[in-house]
Design a protein around this ligand. Structure first.
Ligand code: MN
Length: 199
């Protein structure tokens, strides 16, 4: 577990940022996910899936869509610690990923490939394969999502695509219509203002 988070820790100075250093152990059998809206040098959404003892992570510039016709670029980033799932706040200027973070959506997921594949792929295998299919039970997003790796390497490029099911909706556009945190109801400006007032 320590090794998996080495990149995450190397990029951050925990005397300066209030992001978690990653001490929390595995939570149990539940498989959780989070999507954090991150107003860094470029606004993006960080999609994270609990896989074993870390959060596998992708930066999705446009966020996940509810429209199956959209193919959203998702750039794989370093694994994050499990306790990052609750992180909402401001990463200070000069630190890695400086900017405001809010919990845009969170919930649990099911690995669809374990259900339907003959090999009953586990999430680690699906990640290695470059094809992840999950059913999300979030507050904003529900239903099947596929992640397909289109280019390998250190910052592998994937596409995130809504699967065609009863939760597919071409008109919903939740990133526009539901911008606030599901944890605190705050928008980015609220988080930034309240966090800087604490300093
Ligand atoms: Mn980010």
């Amino acid at each position: 577990m320590q090794d998996k988070l080495e990149t995450y820790r190397r990029k951050r100075d925990f005397r300066k940022t209030r992001e978690p250093a990653g001490e929390q152990a595995k939570s149990g059998d539940s498989r959780r996910f989070v999507i954090q809206k991150h107003d860094a040098s470029r606004l993006h959404y960080d999609f994270r899936l609990e896989i074993d003892d870390v959060l596998a992570s992708w930066a999705v510039p446009k966020g996940l869509s509810t429209d199956p016709r959209d193919k959203r670029l998702a750039i794989q980033t370093e694994d994050h610690p499990l306790d990052y799932i609750d992180f909402e706040g401001v990463i200070p200027e000069g630190e890695y990923g400086a900017g405001t973070v809010l919990v845009w959506d969170t919930g649990t997921y099911e690995n669809l490939r374990a259900r339907k594949d003959e090999q009953r792929k586990g999430m680690q295998e699906a990640l290695a394969d470059g094809l992840i299919e999950v059913w999300l039970e979030g507050e904003k997003l529900q239903g099947g999502y596929a992640l397909k790796r289109i280019e390998g390497g250190k910052k592998a490029r994937w596409l995130a695509i809504k699967m065609n099911d009863e939760h597919a909706d071409a008109r919903r556009r939740p990133t526009s219509t539901q911008p606030a945190s599901v944890k605190t109801g705050r928008d980015l400006d609220d988080v930034a203002a309240q966090e800087s007032a604490h300093e």
